[in-house]
Design a protein around this ligand. Structure first.
Ligand code: ADQ
Length: 481
């Protein structure tokens, strides 16, 4: 938990209604990652409701919501049918918006059925939530699965303040406009009062798009288009760094630390931790490792890349392909360089728990985080938080991760440039203790300042401000077609 944040007011805080594609039960929060932990903290504090898909596929969902109460929190979920899951989740969200927003037009599938399913599910979910809303609630919607959610709520005459946070990057206008329905989707975003992005660069791309394509008008952080005005700002997501540092010292993490170190003696361990996803740059990372072995013979038998990448979105063909590709590259590199008691790449394709991960981070002298494009990347932050401040490891970080904007004390690299990444790894290996400590201290200061609490509180305070402004300004003008 971060130090007590100055609370701007003492008046009762509005009830929070969080909406995301998946709802995580407090019992599984640690596995749900940073977002789940941050949302649950806010929900516990204010009391509130978390709404979304149950994760279950029912052949004929009856549309009814299931409710579980956990202390002050109501968890409300609905099932999806298999065709809804296919069109909304696998289809439009993960085969269209995800690759497009990560600038992979080559992997983007445009299928009108997927788009219709996406709109239908958003409307069905919004209509199911609407009767549960109370006057004075704050509604906070998360991520690219739910872009048109507020528009559907407004169709039901919801007047509560509604904010949206995009966890992934916002694309350049040229990419967005390749999407056949980009105008409808952009217009639907203007049903929100507040749009939050990971970085200033994302906000800038959003503004460029609205101004260039739809005649948007800017005024400070406000932007007007389609007859409505909203606020668009960057809120870089953080982690609970203090708590993660404690996790790294827990008995389970220590055990994992010893396991890694005992088997490897003086070897340098480079760790990579990602969901298996083509945006994370794992094949390029393996190539950089190969380049390191080629350029620096003193690494033979002395350096190991430990890559942990559990399968995700395994039903989507592009994700099956990357899994095969990685196994092949790792096999080739190991075949070329391995010795009887050493393999340069160890690739683990199953998920690990948080404590285990924290122990592995701490036992690794280098954290290699090289996505080709990433909204933020919390692994970079977790790696730093897990280090021993007296003898910390070095973070090598892609310039294309949102976190690079805040983490300039890392060694920043271009993940497409295998030679430059290999050189940065060699620099990290021989970095003097004093420099490692200085870089780590600077990174840690940033993590403690811009932590998960600060992220959440600044977003919700801004949402409150936006709704007060809206109340003062009176009803919006008619929406442009
Ligand atoms: P993700 O693409 O899932 O999230 P990331 O931020 O790297 O990416 O990871 C989120 C969480 O998943 C972290 O807490 C991490 O520990 C966990 N995780 C990742 N790989 C794991 C593994 N191999 N085993 C176990 N746990 C693992 C999206 C955006 C990101 C953005 C987040 C939060 O794509 O850019 O940082 O949302 O906004």
């Amino acid at each position: 938990m971060s130090p007590a944040l100055p609370r701007s007011t003492t008046r009762p805080r509005p009830r929070l209604v969080a909406v995301s594609n998946r709802v995580v039960h407090p019992r599984g929060a640690a596995r749900g990652g940073g977002l789940a932990v941050a949302l649950l903290d806010a929900l516990r504090e204010r009391g509130g409701l978390w709404f979304g898909w149950s994760g279950q596929i029912a052949e004929r969902p009856d549309g009814r919501a299931t409710e579980t109460v956990a202390g002050e929190i109501r968890l409300v979920t609905v099932d999806l049918s298999s065709s809804e899951h296919e069109d909304y989740y696998n289809g439009f969200a993960n085969r269209c918006l995800w690759p497009l927003f990560h600038l992979r037009l080559d992997l983007t599938t445009f299928d009108p059925r997927h788009y219709e399913g996406y709109q239908r599910v958003n409307r069905r979910l919004a209509y199911a939530l609407h009767p549960m809303l109370q006057e004075g609630d704050q509604v906070w919607v998360h991520d690219y699965h739910l872009l048109p959610f507020a528009e559907a709520l407004r169709e039901q005459r919801a007047s509560q303040p509604i904010g949206f946070f995009l966890h992934i990057p916002f694309p350049v206008p040229e990419m967005l406009t390749a999407l056949p329905h980009h105008r409808e989707l952009m217009r639907s975003l203007f049903s929100y009062d507040l749009l939050g992005f990971q970085t200033e660069a994302d906000v800038q791309r959003f503004r460029d798009c609205v101004c260039r394509e739809f005649g948007g008008q800017l005024r400070g952080n406000s932007i007007t288009a389609f007859g409505r005005t909203l606020t668009a700002r960057a809120f870089p997501i953080g982690i609970d760094a203090r708590e993660f540092a404690k996790v790294a010292e827990s008995p389970a993490a220590r055990l994992e630390f010893q396991r890694v170190r005992e088997n490897r003696k003086d070897r340098t361990v480079i760790v990579g931790v990602d969901r298996l996803d083509y945006t994370k740059g794992i094949p390029e990372r393996f190539r950089s490792m190969e380049c390191l072995l080629d350029r620096y013979p003193d690494t033979h038998g002395q350096v190991e890349l430990l890559q942990i990448a559990p399968t995700s979105r395994g039903e989507v063909p592009e994700y099956m392909a990357i899994r095969r590709e990685l196994e092949q590259i790792a096999g080739n590199i190991n075949g070329r360089y391995a010795q009887l008691d050493w393999e340069p790449i160890r690739y683990i394709n199953r998920p690990l728990g948080r404590r285990q991960l924290a122990g592995i981070y701490r036992a690794s002298q280098i954290g290699l985080v090289t996505p080709l494009r990433d909204g933020m990347n919390l692994v970079a932050k977790e790696y730093v938080a897990a280090q021993n401040p007296a003898d910390p490891g070095v973070l090598v970080l892609s310039r294309f991760a949102g976190s690079a904007q805040q983490m300039q004390a890392a060694l920043i690299v271009n993940p497409y440039d295998n030679t430059a990444v290999a050189d940065a790894l060699q620099t990290a290996r021989y970095m003097p203790l004093e420099e490692r400590r200085q870089r780590h201290a600077e990174l840690m200061r940033g993590l403690l300042r811009d932590d998960a609490d600060a992220w959440r509180e600044s977003f919700l305070e801004e949402l409150q401000r936006c709704s007060l402004q809206r109340a003062e300004a009176g009803p919006p003008t008619a929406q442009a077609a």
